[in-house]
Design a protein around this ligand. Structure first.
Ligand code: NAG
Length: 324
């Protein structure tokens, strides 16, 4: 009996690969999805890298608001690169396997970057709060040091918190099914496959996720309540519009990100609703990184001016080369 149990345990640890089911088997659909997500990936990388280049090369943009934005773009390129290349590869080759280690690495980065995004977004809304509600003290309060602390704090906190979560998960033993009905290695679907009793682990993970996301969410929400209150007090319509335009893009970003993130965790995870989960996940893992450069920066006059300066500079360079 003892022996039998041991060999069974031996079999249980044998799972070394998961299968990410993704979006089904239909051949034509895979090709369409490949093209669709490839375009999204290219657009995400191009948009965000352009923003990083503009912000680091243009001295006009060396102010806290753009440091936050540059870091957010950095984060978005990492987020997309953590998920999309593997996904594109499976669409192209039909190979849906991923080793357990690779899956954990992907999950680790997904968790860390997601947490960093929550913190950065709330730091950015705090920055907008200071700019709109405390305009006279903005420059002294949001100085280089505070900005650096907020940004460094976001990155460090995100990675530390995710390390805690992944350590809790690292003891899981997998047996039986190895199919994950998702397009990337999300936390709860992985835990679902473990053969040990995971009720306590799930509860702890739920608490960890809540500790990670609720405070920055409340901070963001409070900042916006104060901002909107301040804006309604501005007497002229012109002034209202001007103040609102500096934060409307950010508000839109935050709403899409948190709205879909909550959609994933609030909608009960039953088989019937699984496709809904996937759609919400596509939003906050894949679409927000692409939308960020579009709705956040290219609508913004200073970024557009910077882009104009860069293109005319490059144009002058090529002209000069042609002359010599
Ligand atoms: C990220 O933030 C740091 C600290 O403020 C800043 O020095 C750096 O330029 C930012 N990165 C980008 C790409 O904007």
């Amino acid at each position: 009996m003892q022996l039998l149990e041991n060999t069974e345990l031996g079999n249980q640890t044998n799972i070394t690969e998961f299968i990410l089911l993704g979006f089904g088997e239909h051949q034509l659909l895979q090709i369409l999805l490949f093209v669709f997500f490839l375009l999204i990936y290219v657009a995400t990388m191009a948009g965000n890298i352009l923003i990083i280049l503009l912000i680091s090369s243009d001295r006009h943009l060396h102010i806290p608001m753009y440091f936050f934005l540059g870091n957010l773009s950095c984060l978005e390129t990492c987020c997309s690169s953590n998920i999309l290349p593997k996904m594109l590869w499976s669409f192209l080759t039909g190979n849906k396997m991923i080793s357990v280690q690779a899956c954990f690495v992907q999950n680790y980065f997904f968790g860390s970057l997601g947490a960093v995004e929550c913190y950065l977004l709330s730091a950015m809304s705090y920055d907008r709060y200071l700019a709109i509600c405390k305009p006279l003290h903005y420059v002294t309060m949001m100085n280089g040091k505070l900005c650096l602390h907020l940004i460094a704090g976001s990155w460090i906190n995100g990675f530390v918190a995710s390390s805690v979560a992944i350590t809790l998960m690292s003891n899981l033993v997998f047996c039986g099914s190895n199919e994950i009905d998702h397009f990337f290695c999300d936390t709860f679907p992985i835990i679902e496959l473990a053969c040990s009793d995971t009720r306590i682990l799930k509860l702890i993970m739920f608490i960890v996720c809540s500790i990670l996301t609720i405070p920055p969410f409340i901070l963001t929400l409070t900042s916006y309540i104060f901002i909107i209150e301040a804006i309604t007090k501005i007497p002229s319509t012109m002034g209202k519009q001007k103040a609102f335009s500096t934060c409307s893009s950010h508000l839109l970003m935050v709403t899409v990100f948190y709205g879909t993130l909550m959609g994933v965790y609030v909608v009960p995870n039953t088989n019937r609703l699984n496709s809904l989960h996937k759609v919400f996940s596509i939003f906050y893992t894949i679409l927000t990184p692409m939308l960020n450069p579009i709705i956040y920066s290219l609508r913004n006059k200073e970024v557009k001016d910077s882009l104009r300066r860069l293109t005319s500079f490059l144009y002058a360079q090529t002209q000069r080369k042609n002359l010599t």
